[in-house]
Design a protein around this ligand. Structure first.
Ligand code: NAD
Length: 487
């Protein structure tokens, strides 16, 4: 098996298996459309086997002392370290994210997350309540049972690690459904996990959302659903979960604002907003700050700087060390991004300052490459300003009044992230407090950090999973125990 001829399997009950009906999904690299491997096309029968295995493994795993459960992830992290470069290459190949700017960091994050949650394994503490000497009233944090988790393709390593480690260290067993476009790198991680976990504790199914994903969210043996993906599918998962009153965590889409004040027309802000748009991941990030609200007094000057800076980004082969920005994950997503750009371009008054719909021929036409694109002079109610494009596209909207810009920024059904840029801390923090978003950054445009409270407001999600508190809330349930000591 070479890097471009991979035959992967699913992990069910400690064994590596094909789909029950033998079907497969071919994985195409967005860098050149070459098929690089295949995974099983898991369906209802496979999901059923995986959930049964997870149920069977539950009693022994929840009885395993928490520190021992955590230790498994410390050992997995150590075992993964020498594999990280291979995993980073695989990830770049399958989902098009550039190895230098994205997938190396993302694979290192997996090790970091495993170590972080390993150390938190014994922190699922309860409380005692004062009821006098004759009553002992206390709470316990217990595992939920079998967790069904579903992840997307855009940051598959990071997002899978954030389900696997907290769910399992808390004593749950897990069935994880990977994204059909990017299962290979995380399966390489899972192979290491399996060397240190009992059979059935971690089960991993590959397949399509409408088949394996639906089967998992419907399965009566699943006690909790943890979903990361689009708002549309998140609603569907929540609807299905409501039939059985199963708790859900949802990390969904976004259309996040970046508000730039008049005193912030500076190069470091330009660089920060570029990071905030997640241009280095082709804008394929839930927290992308893809609506840029620029004060009218600096609008033209800021756009000039932004355009100049973006023109220096190298778009190309994700495995090339010179590449800043790789390829869009698949042809469907590529076409969708191109349609949005064409739609924005066709609006009266819109001005594309860089990028645009990619040419059909030329050096990059063999893969899903889109140049960084800025659409200036956009109105806040246009589709490009309201819908999640999930591509390297930012819309720029002018503003002059603080109340107005906050109203415009909040005029969306999403509420995942926000960015504010100003030296005036009063203005910056006022704005941060008034934005309807689960995560606001001031004067920085970085990614999530372990330990933060990360999650969405409004239709961007429910629940938090990135921190100790998130882990406790999402992967344990509280039990109150009340004891009469008088007898
Ligand atoms: P998607 O919702 O299409 O798919 C996500 C996962 O759900 C995939 O594994 C898919 O197979 C599965 N799925 C699809 N239909 C299903 C169904 N009916 N039942 C069960 N599972 C189903 O999203 P995507 O295109 O893979 O990812 C991009 C989206 O994810 C964007 O909207 C992005 O903002 C969001 N996202 C959110 C976060 C966050 O932390 N909030 C992080 C990353 C991505």
């Amino acid at each position: 098996m070479t890097e471009t001829d991979i035959r992967e399997q699913m992990l069910i009950d400690g064994a590596w298996v094909d789909a029950a009906d033998g079907r497969v999904i071919e994985i195409e690299s967005p860098r050149d459309h070459a098929v690089i491997g295949q995974v099983p096309r898991g369906g209802e029968a496979d999901v059923d086997k995986a959930v049964r295995a997870a149920r069977a493994a539950q009693p022994a795993w929840r009885a395993t002392p928490p520190r021992e459960r955590g230790d498994a992830f410390r050992r997995i992290a150590d075992a993964l370290e020498p594999e990280l470069e291979r995993i980073a290459r695989l990830s770049a190949l399958e989902n098009g994210n550039a190895i230098r700017t994205q997938t190396r960091g993302e694979s290192a994050f997996v090790v970091d997350a495993f170590r972080y949650f390993s150390g938190l394994a014994a922190e699922a503490k309860g409380e005692t309540q004062p009821r006098g000497d004759l009553i002992l009233d206390y709470t316990r944090r217990e595992p939920l049972g079998v967790v069904g988790a579903i992840v997307p393709w855009n940051a598959p390593l990071m997002l899978s690690a954030l389900k696997i480690a907290p769910a399992i260290t808390m004593g749950n067993t897990l069935v994880l459904k990977l994204a059909e476009d990017a299962p290979l790198a995380i399966l390489a991680v899972v192979r290491k996990c399996q060397e240190h976990l009992p059979a059935g504790v971690l089960n991993v199914v590959t397949g399509y959302g409408t088949e394996a994903g639906e089967a998992l969210s419907h399965h009566p043996g699943v006690d909790k659903l943890s979903f990361t993906g689009s708002t549309a599918v998140g609603k569907r998962v929540m609807e299905v979960a409501s039939e059985r009153v199963v708790p859900v965590s949802l990390e969904l889409g976004g259309k996040s604002p970046q508000v730039v004040f008049p005193d912030a027309d500076e190069d470091w802000v330009v660089d920060g907003t570029i990071a905030g748009v997640r241009f280095f991941r082709q804008g394929q990030s839930c927290t992308a700050g893809s609506r840029l609200f620029l004060h009218e007094s600096i609008f033209d000057s800021f756009i000039d700087k932004l355009t100049e800076r973006l023109s220096k980004l190298v778009v190309g082969d994700p495995l090339d060390e010179a590449t800043d920005m790789g390829a869009i994950v698949n042809t469907k997503q590529f076409d969708k991004v191109c349609d949005y750009i064409a739609d924005g371009e066709s609006q009266a008054g819109a001005r594309i300052t860089i990028g645009g719909v990619p040419p059909k021929d030329g050096p990059l036409s063999g893969g899903n490459y889109v140049q960084p694109t800025v659409i200036a002079n956009v109105a806040n109610d246009w589709r490009v300003a309201q819908e999640e494009i999930f591509g390297p596209v930012v819309v720029a909207i002018p503003w002059k009044d603080e109340d107005d810009v906050i109203a415009m920024a909040n005029e969306t059904h999403y509420g995942l992230a926000g960015f504010v840029w100003s030296h005036d801390m009063g203005a910056a923090l006022r704005t941060a407090h008034r934005l309807d978003a689960g995560w606001v950054q001031v004067n920085q445009g970085g990614g999530q950090v372990l330990g933060q409270s990360y999650g969405g407001f409004k239709q961007s999600g429910i629940g938090r999973e990135f921190s100790l508190e998130g882990m406790l809330d999402s992967f344990t349930q509280r039990k109150q125990v009340s004891v009469n000591l008088a007898h």
